[in-house]
Design a protein around this ligand. Sequence first.
Ligand code: NAP
Length: 231
Amino acid sequence: FAIGNNVLIIAGTLDGFSGFIHSILMCKAMNRSVTNVLFGAFGSAASDDGAAIDGVMREVSAEDVAVQLAYARQVVFVPGYGMATAQAQHAVRELAEALQHKGVNVKYAIHPVAGRMPGHMNVLLAEANVPYSQLYELEQINPEMQATDVSVVIGANDVVNPDARDNPKSLIAGMPIIEVDKSHSVIVLKRGKGKGFSGLENPLFFKPNTGMLYGDAKASLTKLAQAVQQA
Ligand code: NAP
């Protein structure tokens, strides 16, 4: 790494960490234990509360998603642990640049506990030279979700689980989430039906405005970037 890059990464870590501390304060305000809210199901083979999830998972193709993205006004990327395992941060930036060339407004939503360590997403995106000005914290981006055409969830699961907001019986009830389900359309990039860190099912994947794009996040993003360039 160049020195400038290291500085960016350190700044990213600190910034991510400040988001984490912010979450701790938020939990205090909500009178809940931090471990319960942020790592609600930690260490347990978490099971759902038995309530069946309505809806079906709808699979979408990269070609269809690319067209949707290319004609959007605003696209919000929501990275999670799967972006880290796929090392897909460079591929995200390439897709973002292809979209910007088409006049699409691109933002990244950073959840304070996305990934597996504080600042995990900030560090990876800084490494891929994603402009810092495009990163938005949870409280900044949520009010914009209703005006967002497409949210692209990149290997994230728990941090976009609407049960945390809607189901008081959920093990992650009360955990703040990025409210992707409020955007017009949600595209989820993941390999299959794998659960997130909490082990919980995610009703987001069964909603009518959600499309599942299966595959390794890096491969899917690379396909999307190529298809957007041709769209
Ligand atoms: P997550 O809930 O762990 O979900 C990650 C998802 O990524 C999985 O459902 C998996 O589904 C998918 N995935 C894995 N590899 C992939 C790949 N190569 N390509 C595409 N998708 C892939 O992640 P998150 O939403 O970032 O949430 C973080 C969780 O970790 C939270 O529960 C948080 O509390 C916890 N945690 C965070 C920290 C921290 O400080 N950040 C520390 C400890 C724990 P498939 O298997 O179907 O692909």
